[in-house]
Each structure stands twice: as structure tokens, then as C-alpha cells.
Design a protein around this ligand. Structure first.
Ligand code: ADP
Ligand code: MG
Length: 711
């Protein structure tokens, strides 16, 4: 019913669109016009609002310009002066074009030099006034700047924006000068500032002493002081975080604000579970189990992200949920991305619950390898509730799969599944509890931003008694050394992986490489050992058979493409050779390495790689230096930036235009608190005083609210 109200509300919104500065074309800003409009459009700026939100990349403090006579060599400084003269020549030594401009002020001269930019001559005409910013050098007793940033200063009126103040430096200058941008943005502020609607609710503004929007934008572009600029940015980021978090939470509530299953587990049952394994659970596992227990006991659906490095024992935490479901008379399922993994999970779980108090749990494996009569029987059993827990692949989402009463869904390695697939599976139950497991370590900050719609459990501890993994990096020409090292290990009875990258565009070629190496290994390099080959194009049954042989020790060395990446678990395998390691991302490398050192033996990870780029060198160095998943994630984020780390389609990062969850965590957390408080009392934003917030969310994050109505 409440959903219906919201639908009407949104319909109403659609009929009453807000007039905003976003609807006013940039063309109408003084000094722009149709011709320059095109330049702006090329830069992605269409409307007045776009322009006002084109923020400076940095600022230059030109309040106290340094007289040339007081410049200090070695420091970055800003000067202004009149062009005394210029000369251009070609260096006989480097063959570069050299332009030298001499600036003069009341007390001295400064030489500014640029290379290979002869056109600058057109700007530095004698008698003009210029500003230069750069590092001051002393050369042959003469002050100079090499390739400083520069501007020509024009008429008097212009100078108020470009001199004697903290001056904004904008990121976009192709086809337009800084001076022009400053003038245009200034004009835009003057003309439209009274039409700015302040969307941040007044009580919040008062509570945190935040600037209003007009003051904020003025201070971002033309700050009076640096603290003013900081306050302005704080306010704008707060607003962005605030509305985005409301959107995220609204989406969450569309899932959790429904009647769900209350799974009760008594203390005794929980203890029995914890004590029922041949090993002691880590403290982290016990903590996470309690978190899951409390959450599942509620009569509203759980939506929880379980994050833990490879080997941290996520599966066990998931089984707890499955047991809770079973003890309350319901069914659960675990979905994983590959056949091999599904099988392995199944066996692992089978082994774990095979003994003692859990052996009454009826479990089944459903993958596309299950066919014919067998499949029909399995479907039937799931439908009749004769199975408590189904482990499977995408096959679980199939239209014919129906549960009697599915109340708990586990999705492993969530980045492999989209939100839609998640929905497909959960729709097989009546608002089941959801646990999503990921081994991709995400710094907490980003986690709040990206997955703020989920509660978070973290396994930050590995079970004791694991071996450590040593990593070494060899160049391509030393590959034979690597194979020799691997041979030594094999002789001692260890098992090894040799991994080849697969790149989508040339999958066949790469497979050929893996196959060729496999043959070569068999006949030459490792001819005294049994060599196996596994890759993504094998039929599920074939892949299983190879894995089986490797597990049983019938294969000593397994040549593989990246099908190994997720979750494969063969404790006796302690050596891994990664060929062309430079072609893998850091996260992938980490996942791969997680396959070894799972038993008591120390692991040995050997990289064969020639780093072609600075990027890949950094990546490999970082990888060799640590096995800590969080550190690796941090490196990865630094090297690649969040967009590429998470992939383009990940929610959260694209939506934030100004605010930065890395550097503004404190603001993010305040905004999140407020967003939580608001959605806590008015989850659907129906109250009179929150309608405006609803409008804003709908306008800014339409897809998030669509989810609410669809849910
Ligand atoms: P991951 O977090 O990578 O999914 P798994 O759940 O697959 O890790 O666990 C890895 C291995 O560790 C499994 O073989 C599992 O049986 C074992 N394991 C889980 N918890 C513990 C523990 N507390 N002590 C010892 N071994 C454990
Ligand atoms: Mg796992």
C-alpha cells in the first residue's frame, strides 16, 4: 500500500518538474553565445548549473604577489609584471625552439622560458601585463622560471578577478583561457545566484553550521580566504553525500522493509554449531556468526555483505545461516559463479556438515552438469522441501527451479553477479535473507559508499596454522630458472599450478599458448611428472575430472587459464607459477595466489613477467611486497583509481561528482548518520516535510528510486 502511495507521488513529481538552472542553456550566460557554447559543449558543459559546478582544480594565492626583487630561488611563487621584451631562437644543442620573455616590475627583471611553444609569442607582446606561476631558479646570477603557468592580464575590470585575490585555476582550458572562464563563471554567479535553490534542509544546515548554497558556490570559485573555500567544499560535499546516501538507504529499505523470515537460533543451538567442527573457529568467525544470527532473527529481510580475504573461512559463516534456516523449517541456497567452484563448495560443505549434529541437513548440488532424470528428481525434491540446502551455479536461477520455502540466499563472489541476477534468485523466496560474500577487499570508506545499502560483516583474521606464501618475480628470459625451482618442489612431493592469462579478445590464441606449453611441459620440462590442463572451454564434466585428479594427487602439475581465479581449494598445492603476470590485475593476482598456502606447507609463488609499463611494474612490485589483501586493494586503488578498480558499472562512484569518499570520510559519516536518521523515521519519504527530499532524490538518482517502486 505504501508502495502505491509512493508511485502516485512519483507520478505527481513527473507532472510537476522542478525548474532548475540545469534547464538554462549556457548560451545565455554573458559572453558565451552560440559559438562559445559549442566549445563548452565539447567539454561536457551544457547548462548554467554545469558551469557553476565546474570546480577549480587548484587555487593560486595572488593576494600578495611577490615583487621580483624578493623572489626566492627554489620556491614556487607567483609574480606579475610588464612584458619588457621577448626573444625566440632554436637551441643548437637540443634543437628545441626556445622562447624567452623578460618580465619587469618596479624592482627587477625575471626571465621566463618556454620550449617548443613558438605561438606564445603572440601573447607576450611588449607592454602587456602577465602573471607567471612556477618554480624560481637562479641561473648565472639571473632569476628565471622554466615553463611557468602564465596568463595575460587585461583591462582594469578584469584584474579584480585575476589579481590580488585567491584565484581559481580550472581543469579545462582547451579552447578557452583561464581568464575567460573566470569572467564567465563570475558573470554566471552574478546573474543566477539568486535563482539557486538551496536543497539541503535548513535544520541540517544550522546543525552543522554549513554555508548556504549561494555562499558556497561563491567561495568555491572566488574564495575570500582558504578556510572559506574549505567550508564551502565541505558544505557541497556534505550535500552530495547526504542525498546519495538517502538514495542508497531508500534502495536498501525497499528490500528490508518488508515482512521476512524470523530465524530463531537459541544460544544452545549456536554453541553446538560452533563446537561442531574439528577445528576452533576464529574470533572473527564467531563474531560474524553472531552478527548473522541477530540479523536473521529479525522478522525483516537481511541484506548483508560478508567480506573476507581468500581463506578466511567465509563458507562456514554462510553455513551457519543455512543451518538457521533449516532449524526453522526453511530452505536455503548458495550460488557461486562456476561449475568447479560449485562442486568444490558442495564437497567442502558436505565434509563440514557430514559429521555430528549437522548430518541431518539434506544438501544437493545443482549445476548445468545435472541433467535428465536426475535433474527432474532434484527439482521435485527442492519443490517438495526434501532438500534443505542447494548449492549451485547460474542454473539455480533457472525458471523451472522452485522452492517450497526459500528463506536464506547466499551469493558468493558477488562481483560476478549483477543486481538483476541477485533479484532473480531472491524472487524464488518470499523476501528471503540475503548474504553476499566477497573476497575483494574494499576499504571501509568505499564500502559505505558503494554498498551502503548492505550491512557489513568482516572476517579480518585467517585461521591459524596456515603456511606463508613467498613471492618472487623473474623476467621472461629467466623462465627456465622458474621451472627448475618448480621441479625441485615437485620432487619433494608438492603440487603446482602454472597459470596463463586469458584475454577475452584473443581467447583462442591464449588457449593455444597454454596448450602449446602444456605439450612442451609434458614432453620436456616436466616429463618426469604428470601434467594436466584445465581451461574454460572444457565441458563441466571434463573440468571436474581434471580437478578431481589434481586433488587426488594423480596430476602433479596443473596448467590452467584463469578459471582458477575464484575459490579453488587444493591444500596440497603449494607452488604457483604465473606466466605473463604483467597481464593480470592486482586483485586477480591476489585471488590466484590465494590458491596456494592453504595447507600447512609454505607456499611459493613465482611470477614470470616483463613489466612493459610503469603501471605494471608498480603493480608487480606491490604484489611481491605483501600478501595482505587490504594493502593490495589499497595499492590497486592508488594505481588504478576507484573507477577502474571496481569496474565501470559499479554503483556509487559515478554518482559522486564532487565529494570524495577517500579524503572526506568524516563528512561522509556525518551525512550517512543524518541520512540514516531520516530514512529511519520516514523510509519512503512520505511525510510532508520530507517530500522535497524525495523530489531531489528522484531527480538526482532516478534509478535508485525506481528500485523502490519496483520492489
Ligand atoms: P574462503 O573465505 O576463501 O571462502 P573457505 O570458507 O573456503 O574460505 O575456507 C577455506 C578452508 O579453511 C576450508 O577448507 C575450511 O574448511 C577451512 N576453515 C574454515 N574455518 C577454519 C578454521 N577456523 N580453522 C581451520 N580451518 C578452517
Ligand atoms: Mg570462498
Amino acid at each position: 500500500m505504501a508502495n502505491k502511495a509512493l508511485s502516485f507521488f512519483i507520478l505527481w513529481l513527473k507532472m510537476n518538474p522542478m525548474r532548475s538552472l540545469n534547464d538554462i542553456s549556457i548560451q545565455f550566460v554573458k559572453g558565451v553565445g552560440p559559438a562559445r557554447k559549442k566549445i563548452f559543449q565539447r567539454l561536457g558543459i551544457e547548462s548554467v548549473e554545469d558551469l557553476l559546478y565546474l570546480f577549480p582544480r587548484r587555487y593560486e594565492d595572488r593576494r600578495s604577489l611577490v615583487p621580483i626583487s624578493r623572489l626566492k630561488a627554489g620556491e614556487f611563487q607567483t609574480v606579475t609584471g610588464k612584458v619588457l621584451g621577448s626573444s625566440s631562437r632554436r637551441s643548437w644543442y637540443t634543437k628545441k625552439h626556445v622562447l624567452e620573455v623578460v618580465l619587469e616590475d618596479d624592482g627587477g627583471h625575471l626571465a621566463c622560458t618556454w620550449f617548443n611553444q613558438p605561438y606564445l609569442l603572440n601573447y607576450f607582446k611588449e607592454g602587456r601585463h602577465a602573471v607567471c606561476y612556477g618554480k624560481v631558479d637562479m641561473y648565472r646570477n639571473r632569476l628565471q622560471m622554466i615553463s611557468p603557468e602564465w596568463e595575460i592580464i587585461g583591462e582594469k575590470e578584469d584584474e579584480r578577478l585575476n589579481l590580488g585575490r585567491i584565484v581559481p585555476i580550472y581543469p579545462l582550458t582547451r579552447g578557452i583561457t583561464q581568464r575567460f572562464l573566470r569572467k564567465t563563471i563570475h558573470a554566471c554567479l552574478e546573474r543566477y545566484q539568486n535563482q539557486l535553490t538551496d536543497e539541503l534542509p535548513v535544520p541540517l544546515r544550522n546543525k552543522y553550521k554549513l554555508y548556504n548554497i549561494k555562499r558556497s558556490l561563491r567561495q568555491v570559485h572566488f574564495p575570500d580566504t582558504l578556510p572559506d573555500q574549505e567550508n564551502a567544499m565541505k558544505r557541497i560535499s556534505f550535500e552530495e553525500f547526504y542525498f546519495f546516501q538517502i538514495a542508497v538507504l531508500a534502495r536498501r529499505l525497499s528490500i528490508t522493509h518488508k515482512p521476512g523470515f524470523a530465524h530463531k537460533m537459541t544460544d544452545a543451538q549456536t554453541l553446538k554449531f560452533i563446537d561442531g567442527f574439528p577445528f576452533t573457529l576464529t574470533r572473527a568467525q564467531k563474531r560474524v556468526i553472531q552478527e548473522i544470527r541477530q540479523d536473521m532473527a529479525k522478522d525483516t529481510p537481511m541484506l548483508r555483505l560478508l567480506q573476507g580475504d581468500v581463506g578466511s573461512g567465509k563458507t562456514l559463516a554462510a553455513i551457519f545461516g543455512c543451518v538457521a534456516a533449516a532449524r526453522n523449517g526453511f530452505q536455503s541456497c548458495v550460488m557461486v559463479p562456476t561449475e568447479i567452484l560449485a562442486r568444490q563448495h558442495y564437497e567442502n560443505i558436505f565434509r563440514m556438515i557430514g559429521q555430528g549434529h549437522l548430518k541431518d541437513l539434506r544438501i544437493a548440488l545443482l549445476t548445468s552438469a545435472v541433467t535428465g532424470k536426475e535433474k527432474e528428481k532434484l527439482y521435485e525434491a527442492i519443490r517438495n522441501g526434501e532438500i534443505d540446502l542447494v548449492i549451485g551455479t547460474h542454473a539455480l536461477m533457472g525458471g523451472e527451479v522452485a522452492f517450497k520455502n526459500l528463506s536464506f540466499v547466499v551469493i558468493d563472489e558477488q562481483h560476478k553477479f549483477g543486481v538483476r541476477q541477485r533479484a532473480l534468485l531472491t524472487e524464488k523466496g518470499n523476501n528471503p535473507d540475503i548474504l553476499i560474500m566477497t573476497a575483494t577487499p574494499i576499504p571501509r570508506t568505499l564500502c559505505i559508499t558503494l554498498y551502503g545499502d548492505m550491512d557489513l560483516s568482516v572476517l579480518d583474521e585467517l585461521p591459524p596454522g596456515r603456511g606463508t606464501v613467498k613471492t618472487r618475480w623473474f623476467s621472461q628470459e629467466r623462465a627456465e630458472e622458474v621451472y627448475a625451482l618448480a621441479r625441485e618442489q615437485l620432487k619433494e612431493g608438492r603440487q603446482a599450478y602454472v597459470v596463463y592469462p586469458i584475454i577475452e579478445e584473443s581467447e583462442k590464441l591464449d588457449l593455444k599458448a597454454a596448450r602449446a606449453m602444456f605439450n612442451h611441459f609434458k614432453k620436456e620440462t616436466f616429463k618426469d611428472f604428470r601434467v594436466g590442463l584445465i581451461h574454460g572451454q572444457l565441458k563441466p564434466k571434463e573440468g571436474q575430472a581434471v580437478m578431481e585428479e589434481f586433488k587426488n594427487g594423480k596430476i602433479n602439475i596443473l596448467v590452467a587459464t584463469t578459471v582458477l581465479e575464484v575459490g579453488i581449494d587444493v591444500p596440497a598445492a603449494s607452488v604457483m607459477v604465473i606466466e605473463h603476470a604483467e597481464r593480470f590485475g592486482l586483485g586477480q593476482l591476489h585471488q590466484l595466489r590465494g590458491r596456494i598456502g592453504r595447507g600447512k606447507e609454505d607456499g611459493l609463488c613465482l611470477l614470470v613477467a616483463d613489466a612493459q609499463t610503469d603501471d605494471s611494474r608498480q603493480r608487480l612490485k606491490a604484489f611481491v611486497s605483501t600478501t595482505d589483501g587490504f594493502k593490495i586493494a589499497q595499492h590497486d586503488l592508488e594505481i588504478r583509481g576507484p573507477g577502474r578498480y571496481f569496474g565501470r558499472h559499479q554503483h556509487g562512484l559515478n554518482e559522486l561528482k564532487v565529494a570524495n569518499p577517500f579524503t572526506q570520510l568524516d563528512i561522509l559519516e556525518l551525512a550517512r548518520q543524518e541520512a540514516t536518521a531520516l530514512t529511519g523515521v520516514d523510509p519512503k519519504l512520505e511525510k510532508e516535510q520530507n517530500r522535497r527530499v524525495g523530489e531531489i532524490i528522484h531527480r538526482r538518482y532516478p534509478s535508485y528510486l525506481t528500485d523502490v517502486t519496483a520492489g
